[in-house]
Design a protein around this ligand. Structure first.
Ligand SMILES: Nc1ncnc2c1ncn2[C@@H]1O[C@H](COP(=O)(O)OP(=O)(O)O)[C@@H](O)[C@H]1O
Ligand SMILES: Cc1ncc(COP(=O)(O)O)c(N)n1
Length: 271
């Protein structure tokens, strides 16, 4: 069997817990060959973002071109895409090279509270990127921005998921990291039915990069040709292990443990 190849189109996190770095670590741990198109460089640690340096449209375009025209892409994901200009460049490349399946993590705000997406670009994301998504993976605040509604009940979250699919995504998973309660439940709507992926809520502040890691794990499994439900099931087990065994790095929201499952995996499907 040929080696599965996955591409991440995202921002660099100098702290190594989120963004491109989290994605490549996750691809590697899931036995997938990882490639990257950097959209912005962030100076960032577990406490704050101290600088954002956006790449040029040309730099982003050329990175995707280079990879697509030679190595090939079995699945791709997007993360931090800070401006409308870069969004358009990415969409153009996705269409040109028919990059599919594409997982879109609509990154807006870092765990430190710093904004990673220009305010005026939030609505453009719905128009430019969302319709290209095989799966879009908003956290709760992101789903609220996408739908313009407060999503404080399960029923409202189900309506929101339907609404997001109506906007053009094939499927949506509204992540439960920001919902209070004893479990971290992620709600998938695949255009036909709802599925809930549940794990115990872990009491930790080390959640920097959880969304990046989760979407990268889904992308890795899709690159192997797995069905969406199975890919999410594996990714959920992977992120839960990564959160359960923190590395205790930094003084703020520390990174998750990308290699946790090697030592601690309880989920048989991760082996
Ligand atoms: N404290 C936690 N305990 C268990 N799972 C968590 C916790 N926080 C987040 N998760 C899980 O991590 C994944 C990423 O979700 P979330 O943190 O909401 O994303 P984001 O990083 O985009 O804010 C989801 O599967 C979510 O359920
Ligand atoms: C470059 C980059 N991309 C994405 C995130 C979001 O991750 P989180 O919300 O977990 O901080 C981040 N902090 N930095």
């Amino acid at each position: 069997m040929s080696t599965p190849r996955a591409l991440t189109i995202a921002g660099s996190d100098s702290g190594g817990g989120a963004g491109i770095q989290a994605d490549l670590k996750t691809f590697q741990e899931r036995d997938v060959f990882g490639m990257s198109a950097v959209t912005a460089i962030t100076a960032q640690n577990t406490q704050e973002v101290t600088g954002i340096y956006e790449c040029s449209e040309e730099a982003v375009t050329r990175q995707i071109e280079a990879v697509a025209s030679d190595i090939g892409i079995d699945a791709a994901k997007t993360g931090m895409i800070a401006s409308i200009t870069i969004m358009k460049a990415v969409a153009q490349q996705v269409e040109k090279h028919r990059i599919h399946p594409l997982v879109i993590d609509p990154v807006m705000v870092a765990k430190s509270g710093d904004s990673l997406l220009e305010k005026e670009a939030r609505q453009a994301l719905k128009r430019i990127l969302l319709p290209l998504a095989h799966l879009i993976t908003p956290n709760l605040p992101e789903a609220e921005v996408l739908t313009g509604k407060m999503l404080d009940t399960d029923e409202k979250r189900r309506d929101a998921a339907r609404h997001i699919v109506d906007m053009g995504a094939d499927a949506v998973i509204i992540k439960g990291g920001h919902v209070t309660g004893d479990s971290a439940d992620d709600l998938l709507f695949d255009g036909e039915s709802f599925h809930v992926f549940s794990a115990p809520r872990l009491n930790t502040r080390h959640t920097h990069g959880t969304g990046c890691t989760f979407s990268a794990a889904i992308t890795a499994e899709l690159a192997k040709g797995r069905e969406l439900l199975k890919a999410i099931q594996i990714a959920k087990a992977y992120i839960t292990e990564a959160i359960r065994h923190p590395l205790n790095l930094g003084r703020g929201h520390g990174p998750t443990n990308h290699f946790a499952y090697r030592h601690f995996a309880q989920a048989e499907e991760l082996r």
